[in-house]
Design a protein around this ligand. Structure first.
Ligand code: P6P
Length: 342
């Protein structure tokens, strides 16, 4: 069957087909993924024309992380909140850009069984240099009673309670990649019809790869165990034939997408100035860990599985080593002797 005859399967068609596998499913999760897809198509439109309209550059404020907000950060955040509020498909949201969760107060949203967390535009410091950036999202089933407003506890669940998680990468093409516990699937935006279409079914992360990804500019702050592992990556791993290659884009979605497709290891470890690392558990590490584990990879802080951490607060940071199973296991041999990872 040639491409012209090959039926494109849109995100909506795929999620509805997946829902049919579960007779008790109500289709709300599919609706939520559609809503997130809509918001990201709107963000994509602005990202694609950044530079032509006054949407590049700094917004002139900082977020709860103390990071300078870009104009596109604000647009992306407001778009996701607005679409999800209007859809009434979730009870509330928490964003990396907002100090606290936003619980929607209309009666439809109060009866929704999901909440959504997101980093609306991860890697936004790369916008002005046209590097790939992305939106990262997580979907949890509420623990608070339906009919009333969602609560902070809904947003402080461990990653192993996730219902779905994923990202949209605004790169050479725009792709949504999301995981449920069952599988990881990638959808490429077909601009002529404005739909995300299944392009990467049942994605699996290669058991090992040849790329390590870390900001080596922080090396002076790394401990000896980590430095020994980096030396292994650069020189010693002759058992694998040749030293690894180093790639680091500084945009987690871009570095993670490459790791998922090609294999490899991405690291943002703790260091002497950031004892908890830099990346946020609820907005970056948990969704990526859930997705990577569903794809057959591993994700750890160096001492525990990322998905097992019970969040203490909404914006907490954790160290992360994530990617190909064999490579993360090897890193753990250096970083924490004999660490056992599920
Ligand atoms: P650094 C972007 O700001 C981000 O949150 C991630 O997307 C990325 O992996 C990391 O920070 C880059 O941090 O300190 O290397 O610039």
């Amino acid at each position: 069957m040639d491409n012209a005859q090959r039926k494109l399967i849109t995100l909506d068609e795929f999620t509805i087909q997946e829902t049919r596998k579960f007779p008790q499913a109500t289709g709300e999760l599919s609706a939520l993924l559609r809503d997130i897809g809509l918001a990201c198509k709107m963000i994509n439109k602005q990202v694609r024309k950044a530079g032509l309209v006054d949407i590049l550059g700094k917004h002139g404020a900082t977020n709860v992380q103390g990071e300078e907000q870009m104009k596109l950060d604000i647009y992306s955040n407001e778009t996701l909140i607005s679409v999800l509020k209007n859809s009434a498909d979730c009870a509330g949201v928490a964003s990396e850009e907002n100090d606290n969760e936003v619980c929607f107060d209309d009666s439809f949203s109060a009866h929704s069984k999901y909440v959504v967390l997101f980093d609306p535009l991860d890697g936004s410091s790369n916008i002005d240099v046209n590097a790939s950036i992305g939106t990262i999202f997580s979907i949890y089933r509420r623990v608070s009673p339906l009919g009333g407003p969602c609560t902070k506890e809904d947003f402080l669940q461990p990653g192993n309670k996730l219902m779905a998680a994923g990202y949209v990468i605004y790169g050479s093409s725009t792709m949504m990649v999301y995981a449920t516990k069952l599988s990881v699937n990638g959808f490429t935006l077909e601009p002529s019809i404005g739909e995300f279409c299944l392009s990467h079914p049942n994605l699996k992360c290669p058991e090992k790869g040849k790329i390590y990804s870390i900001n080596q500019g922080n090396s002076s702050k790394y401990d000896d165990n980590l430095l020994a592992y980096l030396k292994y990556c650069m020189e010693d791993n002759k058992a694998e034939g040749r030293p690894y290659s180093h790639r680091y884009i500084g945009s987690m979605v871009a570095d993670m997408h490459r790791t998922l497709i090609k294999g490899g290891i991405f690291m943002y470890p703790a260091d002497s100035s950031s004892p908890k690392g830099k990346l946020r558990l609820q907005y970056e590490c948990n969704p990526m860990a859930f997705l990577m584990q569903a794809a057959g990879g591993l994700a750890t802080t160096g001492t525990e599985n990322i998905l097992d951490i019970v969040p203490a607060e909404l914006h907490q940071r954790v160290p992360i080593y994530i990617g190909s199973k064999q490579m993360v296991s090897k890193a753990l041999e250096f970083v924490k002797e004999g660490a056992i990872v599920a």
